[in-house]
Design a protein around this ligand. Structure first.
Ligand code: SAH
Ligand code: SF4
Ligand code: F3S
Length: 570
């Protein structure tokens, strides 16, 4: 095929379209490279037939890139994952997209051609860790460029929340970065990566109102894991004043129920024993693609929100009902549930189904009403305590977990004391405790002063940790003598001990031994087994026990319901 030299007007036009639609930006010198490529590129016909947007094909083999560049799909990618469980799930989505395009994966740095860094922006500390990693990758990239493997240049792609927060600024600050892709642009990654070979830096940080990746079946990076995460919704509309998430993940949207149920079934067929449903606030889940009567949530007394409730559609209780019916031997967990809307229907499904874990993540954030108001959490200390009272009675023995922030703008010692007293009053099995970190763009950044000195934040943080450790030690000690249903996760390399988790997500360790199997024989314990374990020892974050027999969720709870096994704790 003869190649044409394009008139410079067309070259300019193509460059303009490419930059506008791809949101890629090229240094002026790189435009010359692009011009060269166009001059030696394909026939004009390829641009004017077949498609109205011939240049912007979704696939990486873009016609005007030479063959060696199209080979990008053979390259090996190395994943670095930071942040929350949602990032883990997003990494599986990204890998599914790239694997389909022929990319390969490696866990060995030296083999990697492309580093994909899945980032978090929740606190400054989270970003600092990532900057350190980028320092390392920059050095790696430079060394490769000087080595005998210089024909395999290293590319660095920054994905996720920090990419979304910093956008083009990331490339300005860290010149070694080749691709910046926000949480809603992962479908675009093959194309963005292909573009880097034409010497461009490619940025796509467009947030979407409807992207849920519902049709992308995530390919799990850790195929051996007995548990998996499923994002049931993306984004957040709550706008807590301290939080960057609504700015990095965009508007809240729910994934259709059928695609979630299909994925649970697929995972169950693969032998996965536990799924965790993920959303920033799962209780506002709405499958608007389904028709149902508009049973709108009535806010309980003491709760309010800036959030606009969506009308109609199946809700979280319906989703839990359907998901937990797929496989009665699959444990179902979910996180997070904003305290502002906890409908009784959800509590009811949880208490009725043996395979839905009786652990509620109810992030309080603070125990002081004035601080909660500044945080725009939509509830008071009193309303939160009433909710705890309500859920512990609706599901006797329910475990609770929380997130707490200390040192938020204007927090006095007395206000902090109220957080400690809330942690004293409520028995949290698990708590994630953070010193406040001011984030640009948030309401707190615009409205308040980050006036609690770092040293004071640190010291309050230590006091929260100390109290939490003391209390969880006592809670765990109270379990000594009880028998727990443990899902086995792995065998500890160093000691050969078995590691699993109980219903409340507390780690349980025990020695390997052959125990009674359900068929009447005896066999050793392997990951994915359910084992009845008698608890004999307790630390603040781990229990130890003696394995009694192999079991199943249904068999374990056949004789004793969850409620009978635990006294109400408030
Ligand atoms: N949607 C979830 C929270 C996701 S972020 C929920 O509402 O529970 C996880 C936790 O990080 C938050 O619950 C909060 O405790 C903490 N966090 C968020 N922004 C923070 C900030 N600026 N400084 C310190 N901790 C923060
Ligand atoms: Fe952040 Fe609040 Fe949304 Fe949670 S609910 S992600 S804390 S804005
Ligand atoms: Fe998760 Fe961090 Fe983003 S906590 S939602 S990865 S800012």
């Amino acid at each position: 095929m003869m190649s044409l030299r394009y008139p410079s007007r067309l070259v300019r036009q193509i460059n303009k379209i490419t930059r506008k639609n791809c949101r890629c930006f090229s240094a002026p010198t790189r435009i010359t490279t692009m011009k060269d490529k166009l001059n030696h590129g394909p026939n004009l016909k390829e641009f004017i037939t077949g498609s109205s947007e011939p240049i912007l094909t979704e696939r990486p083999n873009i016609p005007y890139l030479p063959d060696d560049i199209q080979d990008i799909s053979k390259r090996k990618v190395f994943f670095d994952v930071y942040g929350c469980q949602m990032n883990l799930n997003d990494t599986d989505i990204v890998w599914s997209i790239l694997e389909k395009e022929g990319f390969e994966r490696t866990e060995i740095e030296e083999e990697a051609d492309i580093f994909l860094v899945m980032t978090c922006a929740i606190r400054e500390g989270a970003e600092t860790k990532i900057w350190h990693r980028l320092d390392h990758l920059r050095g790696f990239k430079r060394r490769r460029a000087l080595s005998k493997h210089k024909n395999r240049p290293v590319k660095i792609a920054i994905l996720g929340c920090m990419a979304e927060r910093l956008k083009e600024k990331l490339v300005e600050k860290e010149k070694a970065v080749d691709v910046v892709a926000g949480p809603d642009s992962y479908r675009d990654l093959p194309r963005l990566l292909a573009l880097t070979d034409s010497g461009q830096t490619a940025v796509n940080v467009l947030l979407s109102l409807d992207e849920t990746y519902a049709d992308v079946v995530p390919v799990r990076l850790n195929q051996d894991s007995v548990s998996a995460f499923i994002s049931i919704m993306r984004g957040c509309d709550n706008m807590c004043t301290y939080c960057i998430v609504p700015f990095t993940r965009g508007r809240e949207r729910s994934r259709p129920i059928t695609s979630i149920v299909d994925e649970v079934r697929y995972l169950s067929d693969q032998g996965v024993k536990e799924v965790t449903l993920l959303g920033q606030n799962v209780n506002s889940y709405r499958d608007v693609s389904t028709q149902s009567e508009a049973r709108d949530t009535q806010m309980a007394k003491g709760f309010k929100t800036v959030y606009k409730n969506k009308k109609g559609g199946l809700r979280f209780a319906d989703l839990l009902d359907k998901v937990s019916s797929v496989d009665p031997e699959m444990r179902i967990r979910f996180t997070a549930a904003h305290p502002k809307d906890f409908p009784d229907e959800v509590l009811q499904v949880i208490s009725e189904r043996a395979n839905i874990c009786k652990l509620l993540h109810l992030p309080a954030q603070s125990g002081c009403s004035a601080v909660l108001a500044r945080m725009r959490r939509g509830y008071t200390r009193h309303a939160y305590l009433q909710l705890v009272h309500h859920v512990t009675h609706a599901i006797p023995g329910v475990g609770l977990s929380t997130d707490m922030i200390c040192g938020f703008c204007g927090e006095t010692e007395e206000e902090f004391q109220e957080t400690l007293s809330l942690m004293q009053l409520v028995d949290y099995n698990v708590a994630f405790l953070f010193p406040y970190s001011m984030r640009e763009k948030t309401t707190a950044y615009r409205r308040y002063k980050d006036d609690v000195p770092e040293q004071v934040k640190k010291e309050r943080h230590s006091r929260m940790i100390e109290l939490y450790r003391k209390k969880s030690q006592l809670l765990n000690e109270a379990e000594i003598g009880n028998t727990h249903l443990v899902l086995v996760e792995s065998i500890v390399k160093k000691t050969g001990q078995i590691l699993g988790r109980n219903e409340l997500y507390i780690k349980v360790l025990f020695d390997q031994t052959e125990i009674l199997a359900q068929d009447g024989g005896r066999r050793a314990v392997t990951p994915g087994d359910y084992v009845a374990v008698k608890i004999v020892g307790a630390k603040s974050s781990v229990l130890s026990g003696i394995p009694l027999y192999h079991t199943s969720i249904r068999d374990f709870y056949r004789e004793t319901s969850w409620g009978d096994r635990h006294a109400v704790r408030m």
